[in-house]
Structure formats: C-alpha cells, structure tokens
Design a protein around this ligand. Sequence first.
Ligand SMILES: [Zn+2]
Length: 211
Amino acid sequence: MSADQPPRRHHVVAAVATTAEVLAHPDLDPDMLAPWEHRRLTRIRVQARRDDVVAARLLLRLCASRFTGRAPDAHELVQFCPECEQYEHGRPSLRDSPRTGVSMSHAHGLVAAAAGPGAVGIDVEPSTRRPGPMAVLRRMLPEAELRAAATSRDPGPGLLRAWVRREALLKAGDAGLPLLEWEDPGLGATAAVASAAPVDVLPAMTAPGHW
Ligand SMILES: [Zn+2]
C-alpha cells in the first residue's frame, strides 16, 4: 500500500484474497495482532485454519487502514459478544474508531474483510462450496431465495450466493441493509458485503502495482 492514498471515509473498503497473499503482504505482520488474539490462536489446532484466522485479522487492519487513512498497526481490534457479555469474541470493532464498522471472514484458504461508515458485514466462501443440507437451508434462507435457486438447472451456485448474503447481513447485525455480491473467478471466491454505504472492492492483490 502506498502512503499517499487518501482515506475513503464515505465508502466501505472491502477486500478478498487468499490467506497466502495476505500473509506475504509487505505491510502486514502477524505481530500486529493483540496479545488476546494470539492467545485465542493457540487454541486452534490446525495450522491452515490458524493461518486463515491470522490473515482475516490482518486483512481487516488493511481495510481499516484504507478507510481511516491510518497505518494498519494503528488500529486496536476489540470483539464483544452481547449474549455472553464477554470480550474476545462476537462482533469486531476498533477501539480507536468506535463508529467505524468492521467485519471479517475466512474459509479454506480465503479471507475477506471490510471497513466503512456504520454497520458492515462481509462473508466469503469458496465458489465450489455447496451449502446444505436442504433441511438446514430451509430454516435459514428466505423462501424467495430457495424458490429462485430451485428453478435453475444447477441450484448450487444460487444457494451458495444466498448463504453468503445471509451471513453478510447477520454479521452486519441489520437484515435490512443493501447487499453487494460478487464472484472472483481468479480466487475461486464468492463474497457479499452488507452496508448502507457504497462499497469499493480493492483489486486483486496479485494485480501489478496495487495495494
Ligand atoms: Zn458469546
């Protein structure tokens, strides 16, 4: 990321990347994570899964940096769960910028993050993933989404998109928000962002001369 990028305070900054790309990013380092985040990581047994979690938390800091204009390591991430009234899990926020909405997602070597004005939620899944079983989807997805998917020759992609949209809305904590949904064929990723603000999706990390 070049230092002369102006902050984009009225837009959501969103990004999708592979875990490997984020971990190799020159402006990001796992040392940026807080001690409590490192503590939580030690409970994850599978190395690949741990890498996904680290990468998601780093990508969140990069998106926050693009949104606020501050350095990625200037942001202190906090999480609070209102149900258990406990910190260190639940919806993330920035201690230094409480009105900035932030969100992150990880799935099998893919990560996504977003930062913007107000509530925001992001979700990513591998495009090959097929959510299910149908009994579960019938409980979780709106009737219209299920009907639309059922009428197509291959309902799988439609159901996956519906699932990703639902997750993005859940993470934003507001089911009424507009959604932006896209597929990145290069990454094999299907993603959605829920936000009232316009969304800028950062170009692929592998694009020349960017980030
Ligand atoms: Zn909880």
